[in-house]
Design a protein around this ligand. Sequence first.
Ligand code: AMP
Ligand code: MG
Length: 408
Amino acid sequence: MGFDTSGLLPLSDALQGMLEQLACCCDSEQLPLPQALGRILASNIASPLAVPPFDNSAMDGYAVRLADLAAGIPLIMAGKAFAGQPYQGEWPAGHCVRIMTGAPVPAGTDAVVMQEETQADGDRITFLAQPEPGQNIRRAGSDIDKGACVLQAGTRLTPREMPLLASLGIATVPVRRPLKVAIFSTGDELKPVGTPLAHGDIYDSNRYGVRAMLARLGCDCLDLGIIPDDPAQLRAAFIRADEEADVLITTGGVSVGEADFTKQLLDELGEIGFWKLAIKPGKPFAFGRLPRAWFFGLPGNPVSAMVTFDQLVQPALAKLAGQRFERPLQLQAVTTEPLKKSPGRLDFQRGILSQGPNGLEVRSTGSQDSAVFSSLSRANCYIILERERGRVAAGETVTVEPFGGLLL
Ligand code: AMP
Ligand code: MG
C-alpha cells in the first residue's frame, strides 16, 4: 500500500521488553477462604492432609475378604458401615459388612462388591461375581498425598479452586493484595456519560472499557476521570496517579498529533518509551516509569485501546500482581468470507466463531475500523492474521483466539 511498516515494533518484542522490566509489587496477606476468590496465591499450597484421608468405599455394597469368598457359599452380614459412621464391631470369618459410598472400609477388607452384584436373603448375602483385590476401594492419599503441592503461587483463585482448598481443611490462604491502578482519559472532546454533548464532543467510552477490564483482573481502580488536553491539568493528574497507585493507564494523546506534547511532559516526569507497534488496531503505545508507578499509554481509538490492553497491558499487570498468566488457546478455523488485510502489521480482527458442518468456521463482524465498537461487541473471538499475510480468501484457514475471561 506504499506505507512503510519496516520501522514498526513487533508485538512479541514489545511484550518481552516490558515483561523483562516488571516484577511483582504486591505484598501478601492472609485471607479467609471465601474472601480470597479472585485473588492471586502468594505462595504454593501444600496439602496438610492425604485425600481421601482413609481407605473408603467407592460404592454402595459389601466389604469382603477374598478368602471368605473362596468357599463359594453365602456370607453373613455382620453389620453396617455408613459415611461418617464407621463399622466398629467384630468381623468374624465367613462374614461381610454392608457398606455405603464414602464409609471407611473395615480393617481387613480386600474389596467392596457392588450391591447390584449380590443377592440378599435376610442377612445371608450371595456374591454373583468374583471381585478383584482392591476393587471399589478408594485408597487413602490416592487423590492427593499429604504434603503434595496442590496449587502454585501465582494461581488466580476461581470457583474451581475453592472446593479443593476446602477439602483440605484450609481456612485461610496467603494472597497478594490487589494491584492499584489509576486511570484517566485525555481529550478536550470527551464528556462523561450522563451529560449533554456540545457539537464536536463525544462520550468518553474508553474509561468504561478499561475500568471493566481492571475489574475482571481484580485490580483496585482509582478513576481520575477525564483530563483535558491542558499541560497543567495533565501534569497534576500524572503526579497524583504516581503518588497513589502502582500503575497508571491513560488512553489517548499518544498518537502523532499529540504525542510530542504528552511526550515532553512524560520525559520530564519519568522515562517513557513511545512505540509504534506492528499491530492493527493499536499502533501508538507508550510504556515506561514514572518516579514510583509504571505507565501504560493506550491509543485513543476505542477498539485499539481494548486490543492493546488485552494483548499488552493484561500480561504486564499480571506480572506486577504476581499472577502466572497464560493467553487463551488459539485455534484454527476456516473463514467463510474474504478478509481485508494488507501486509505489514499483525491484525487482530474481530470475528464470530461457530461450529460448522465440517469443523470450526469464522466470519468477520463487519467494519474493522478501530473506531467502530459494534465490531467488538458482536465478536466472540479475534481473527489473528500474520504480519506478512495479505488479503484472505473465503475458505482459507486462519488462527482464531476465543475471547478469554478479560472480555467475557
Ligand atoms: P488520540 O489518541 O487522543 O489522538 O485519539 C484518537 C481518537 O480516539 C480520536 O478520534 C479521539 O476522539 C478518540 N478518543 C480518544 N479518547 C477517547 C475516549 N476516552 N473515548 C472515546 N474516544 C476516544
Ligand atoms: Mg486526544
